[in-house]
Design a protein around this ligand. Structure first.
Ligand code: ATP
Length: 482
């Protein structure tokens, strides 16, 4: 057998394994609609596992990539004994669909990134008949919303970091078009903005399935504009976006300097808000700070309500891990959840990634999930992290920020100008390092652990009412996390 044939048969074997597992794990309709639509084609060599899959169209490709790729990767790790590279591609332009015809060789297949798909992709986003034919399911209307059914208010853990944003989102979900319009949600990478707007969409859909809802990432909106331009189908494009009852548009910062797209969005925005149709926007930054965005759009974003999602604190991170473990149907003890939560703080996606890594590692080695297993699975990550952030670095960064001396971090001085930054530094040390309270106390001039605890509680409480302090802590956290 040639190397290519071996690779192909290994890939086919893996895919059969994957199909049998996913068939057990997923509801039949999901399995039939999304997973069976894929086909395995030639992958890389057996020594360096590559799973090569082909989706019949961009719609299926995107859906699978968002919802199932991670699980396929985990099954790949289980099958190959190492994390495989996954190629998810479309059939070559002009080639028949893989699901209906012989497989296209991977070398000719297009890149998995939908934004790289050619403008004349086999399926147009607005081509209802074809989508319906592909789906062959009764809830076509729901699928067309592009909503992720797993991202609901129920699966969103609430804490100080997101309670305002969640409350506003629930208001909007209960009264679309008549409460805050637009609702503008901003915050750092992987903090649950996408989850929150899908939750709005899911709640609105559940209450009123007749509403026309659409979740769209800005890159896809841009691709729709480009396509409308190339195919001279702006009328259909405009009609479609203006017919929506709820538009959920994600990652608006990627609009930067895309002038034609901004212009189209500006008109769609006006038409929708005038008709009292709801718009929800997410962004990685506050509206006024978005680079390359027209002023008239920025000022419109101020019409409704702007809410921030902040990085979750330790307890919330633990709660999120527990919830994610529940969804994976695995038992994760508190000590394992704390280990992960203490060491990964920058975003929830990374937190989830670490949990998945621990679960996959435990499955692969046929062991239960214990602290020991978690430490082994995350060895590289923990080492890298522990090297990165020292308490001295935190003290120096905070001292520089408040323009005080580093020595003041250790001193007995109790004036407000020194004591408050010192408390902020202690809070950051608790949040950003795995150090215990006594160890942190030691590093701050031999203070008692109760002093550290008091400092942490003080800062947590003050942040609720003191905007300047909240801002300082936010900025310092971002700086220290790099
Ligand atoms: N509070 C939370 N409760 C439960 N899961 C959460 C929470 N916050 C984030 N997540 C999970 O973290 C992952 C990343 O979240 P999401 O994609 O919504 O982040 P984002 O802010 O949109 O990121 P990006 O800036 O990259 O677009 C998702 O799986 C989401 O379910």
């Amino acid at each position: 057998m040639s190397q290519a044939q071996t690779a192909r048969s290994v890939n086919q074997d893996f895919w059969s394994f994957c199909l049998s597992r996913l068939e057990q794990e997923l509801p039949t309709q999901q399995f039939n609609t999304w997973i069976k639509a894929l086909s395995a084609c030639e992958g890389g060599g057996a020594e360096q596992p590559t799973v090569a899959l082909q989706a019949p169209n961009r719609f299926v490709l995107q859906w699978v990539r968002e919802r199932y790729l991670r699980r396929i990767g985990e099954l790949g790790t289980e099958f190959y004994g190492a994390e495989p590279e996954i190629e998810l591609a479309l059939p070559a332009a002009g080639a028949p669909r893989a699901a209906l015809a012989p497989r296209a060789p991977a070398a000719q297949a297009q890149a998995a990134n939908a934004s790289e798909a050619p403008p004349a992709a086999p399926v147009l986003l607005l081509d209802k008949t074809e989508d319906e034919a592909i789906l062959g399911v009764t809830d076509v209307a729901y699928e067309k919303t592009r909503l992720n059914p797993d991202f609901t208010f129920d699966t969103l853990v609430t804490g100080r970091a997101n309670d305002l944003a969640r409350a506003a989102a629930m208001q909007v979900a209960q009264n679309p078009g008549t409460s805050y319009n637009p609702l503008f949600v901003y915050g750092g990478v992987g903090l649950g903005k996408t989850h929150l707007i899908h939750a709005i969409g899911n709640a609105v859909y559940r209450a009123n399935p007749r509403m026309v809802i659409r979740y769209v990432h800005v890159e896809d909106y841009y691709a729709d504009v480009v396509r409308a331009y190339q195919q001279k189908s702006f009328d259909a494009f405009k009609r479609y976006y203006r017919s929506l009852d709820l538009l959920l548009i994600d990652d608006i910062q990627f609009f930067n300097n895309k002038n034609r797209t901004q212009e189209e969005f500006f008109h769609a925005f006006n038409a929708l808000t005038e008709a009292r149709k709801q718009i929800v926007i997410t962004c990685d930054t506050y509206p006024k700070d978005i680079q390359g965005l027209e002023d008239r759009l920025i000022s419109r974003f101020d019409w409704g309500l702007t809410v921030q999602i902040e990085p979750p604190e330790l307890e919330m991170r633990v709660a999120i891990l527990k919830k994610k473990a529940e969804a994976l149907r695995v038992a994760v003890d508190d000590d394992v959840a704390f280990l992960i939560a203490k060491n990964l703080r920058s975003n929830v996606r990374e937190l989830e990634g670490a949990l998945n890594k621990v679960v996959a590692y435990a499955r692969f080695h046929n062991r239960g999930i214990s602290l020991e297993v978690a430490k082994e699975a995350l060895k590289d990550l923990l080492n890298a992290h522990n090297r990165q952030l020292s308490i001295e670095h935190i003290q120096k960064t905070v001292a520089d920020y408040y323009k005080i001396k580093v020595a003041d971090m250790h001193s007995k001085k109790r004036t407000r100008a020194v004591a408050r930054p010192r408390q902020v530094a202690m809070w950051l040390a608790k949040e950003l390092t795995p150090m215990s309270l006594p160890a942190i106390g030691d590093a701050f001039g031999g203070r008692d652990h109760t002093t550290v605890l008091h400092a942490c509680r003080t800062i947590t409480e003050l942040r609720l009412g003191d905007h300047q302090l909240n801002h300082d802590v936010h900025v310092l956290t971002q700086v220290l996390r790099g």
